[in-house]
Ligand binder design. Structure first.
Ligand code: ADP
Length: 349
């Protein structure tokens, strides 16, 4: 069920998030209103994270979580993770350091997204549950196994409660505001899937140390050139483009989503035409020739795939790029069979 529920939740959340983001950046609004919009945006981010986490857990439980093999430049990766938390630590005057011990390989083989998720969960907990002192992460490496410790001088965990922290929705303290109680549940499941284990030592008021042991095969440089480059997850904020104006045709039965696309893309200089159904979209194509199609997948009467097929069959649009959009994270799996029908696939929001 989770995939379906996640779809139903994401679609309206997409509109809430998108419009809040637009209001937040609207310089014509009074500051108070923009702050309100920021709080809406943050809450919807929190909800989106929660949905993502629940979906992850249900995929893991169903044995359907796919693990990818990325080659990771370990030092660059750790520098990225450091950058995420540096500001937060500084704001609380905490000493924060990520260090390596002994020889660590330059390139390793692991699911980059999942490894990042694990480290982010542990570090964000360490920072959230530490008022003063320090947070340290240390990486040691031996026989293809990485031992990663995250140590803090925070509030700690009473020994008789320690087993609860791995259970979903269990929270021992109100200290780390904004948590969901799912972080460690997922962390542990992911660590196990990646072939490792995780443990914790802590005492009330004594700080905590999480120790993670993980198979992290090193990659010899000669193999590297044959492996696919891992995605860089850093966000890029686009404001426009160079060159002649481009026209986009967006088709989605969800009018909120269409409105959102228009509000986002128009200021960047796109000529955007929105159509609420494949039928009206096909009719409109007699007069226009878009440079890009953005097609929702789930639509009544004719779905986005059929529409894409119709466009591919039309000599006029055979080579026009098609971007498929869906709130169904799982749709992305079926894309492999439809290769050739579309050029890009993105998930809402
Ligand atoms: P949450 O979103 O509540 O932080 P987690 O699953 O990440 O959810 O953690 C579960 C609980 O474990 C937290 O609510 C907190 O009580 C405790 N906990 C986790 N990490 C730490 C830590 N570094 N120091 C103290 N308590 C922690």
């Amino acid at each position: 069920y989770m995939a379906g529920i996640s779809h139903e939740l994401r679609t309206p959340l997409n509109a809430i998030y998108g419009y809040a983001q637009i209001l937040e950046g609207d310089a014509a609004l009074p500051l108070r209103r923009r702050e309100a919009a920021r709080s809406i945006r943050r809450s919807s981010e929190h909800l989106a994270g929660l949905i993502e986490n629940l979906l992850d857990i249900s995929k893991i439980e169903a044995g359907r979580l796919e693990i990818s093999r990325d080659r990771i430049n370990l030092r660059a990766f750790l520098a990225q993770v450091t950058a995420i938390f540096e500001g937060q630590a500084k704001a609380k005057a905490l000493d924060f350091r990520i260090s390596t011990r002994g020889n660590i390989p330059t390139w390793v083989d692991c699911d980059e997204k999942r490894l990042r998720q694990i480290l982010i969960n542990l570090l964000s907990n360490a920072l959230r549950y530490t008022e003063k002192g320090r947070v340290d992460m240390e990486i040691a490496y031996r026989n293809e196994v990485a031992t990663i410790t995250v140590t803090d001088t925070g509030i700690g965990i009473p020994p008789d409660q320690i087993h609860r922290i791995w259970k979903p929705f269990e929270r021992l303290s109100r200290a780390g505001a904004g948590g969901s109680g799912l972080g460690l549940t997922i962390t542990r499941l992911l660590v196990e899937i990646l072939g490792g284990d995780i443990s914790v030592e802590s005492g009330l008021g004594k700080g905590s140390r999480f120790t993670l042991r993980l198979m992290l095969p090193s990659v010899r440089p000669s193999v590297i050139s044959r492996m696919p480059e891992a995605h860089d997850a850093r966000k890029v904020h686009a404001t426009g483009y160079v060159g002649p104006r481009k026209a986009i045709l967006a088709v989605d039965d969800d009018l909120d989503h269409l409105g959102l696309l228009e509000t986002l893309l128009k200021p960047m200089g796109f000529l955007i035409q929105c159509q609420p159904s494949p039928v009206t979209a096909l009719a409109s194509l007699e007069d226009i020739a878009p440079d890009l199609f953005i097609l929702d997948i789930d639509m009544p009467e004719m779905d986005g795939w059929s529409l894409a097929q119709r466009l591919r069959d039309d000599p006029k649009f055979r080579s026009t790029p098609i971007m498929m959009v869906s709130a169904h994270a799982l749709e992305a799996r079926s894309q492999v069979q439809r290769e050739g029908l579309f050029d890009a696939f993105i998930i809402k929001p």
